[in-house]
Design a protein around this ligand. Structure first.
Ligand code: 5RP
Length: 225
């Protein structure tokens, strides 16, 4: 099966956990897109009702509006269930997220979720976080070169994400995104805390202790939960 089919299968399985009346947190990316479209289709068919969602990016908000999922802001109640993709998934459900640039809002929403289900195809599974992907970090534009040097002093090689015009790309929050290549990370929680302690760092794409369940589609389409 091709990767899009695998993403769709994982996403649709997660939508099986959505019930009428739920407040959802909806992630960002090509896997989550399938879940958003499926929820919209179930609402249109009357198979779900009174579902609302907090989008984690402007792109997801636009998609939600297109498929008819009411958009709400995150408030003190949090959300019942968050569904989102990931860039890497370790066996203990530690994640790398943010290659789609939405890590700051994703972490706010997923930390506020009663349950967070991560969805992916099998290529996202790793033994150790950092094995394949850089750790995305959202930083302030002000003094960014200094902030990058502080991140590199923790052992990373950094690249600042660029847009189509080769200018630094801005996140939905107007900040810069840095991809920090650390290689395999033995202590993701410790590294997350070290990075968050740096002035100028707003959020780190290491998601430790947030995911409750991973639904991963294997190469043959079989789902592993
Ligand atoms: C966006 C994310 C995405 O969930 C992650 O990049 C996975 O995306 P995709 O499903 O397109 O592979 O963290 O910030």
């Amino acid at each position: 099966m091709d990767l899009e089919d695998l993403k769709r299968r994982a996403a649709e399985a997660a939508v099986g956990y959505v019930h009428s009346g739920m407040r959802l947190g909806l992630g960002t990316g090509t896997t989550t897109r399938w879940a958003v479209e499926r929820i919209g289709a179930l609402l249109a068919a009357g198979e779900l009702a009174d579902v609302v969602g907090v989008p984690t990016s402007r792109a997801t908000e636009a998609l939600m509006r297109r498929v008819g999922i009411p958009v709400v802001e995150l408030d003190e109640r949090g959300v019942d269930l968050a569904i989102d993709g990931a860039d890497e998934i370790a066996p203990d459900l530690t994640l790398v997220k943010g290659h789609g640039g939405a890590l700051l809002r994703e972490k706010i929403v997923e930390a506020a979720a009663g349950r967070f289900i991560v969805i992916a195809d099998h290529t996202k599974r790793v033994h150790v976080i950092g094995e394949k992907k850089a750790v995305p970090i959202e930083i302030a534009r002000f003094g960014w070169r200094r902030t990058v040097s502080l991140i590199e002093a923790l052992g990373a090689r950094c690249t600042v994400r660029l847009d189509g015009n080769h200018e630094p790309a801005l996140s939905d929050n107007g900040n810069l995104l840095v991809d920090a290549h650390f290689g395999p990370v033995g202590d993701p929680r410790g590294l997350e805390q070290q990075l968050l302690a740096l002035p100028g760092v707003f959020e780190v794409g290491l998601f430790v202790g947030l995911a409750d369940l991973a639904i991963v589609a294997g190469p043959d389409g079989k789902l592993e939960e």
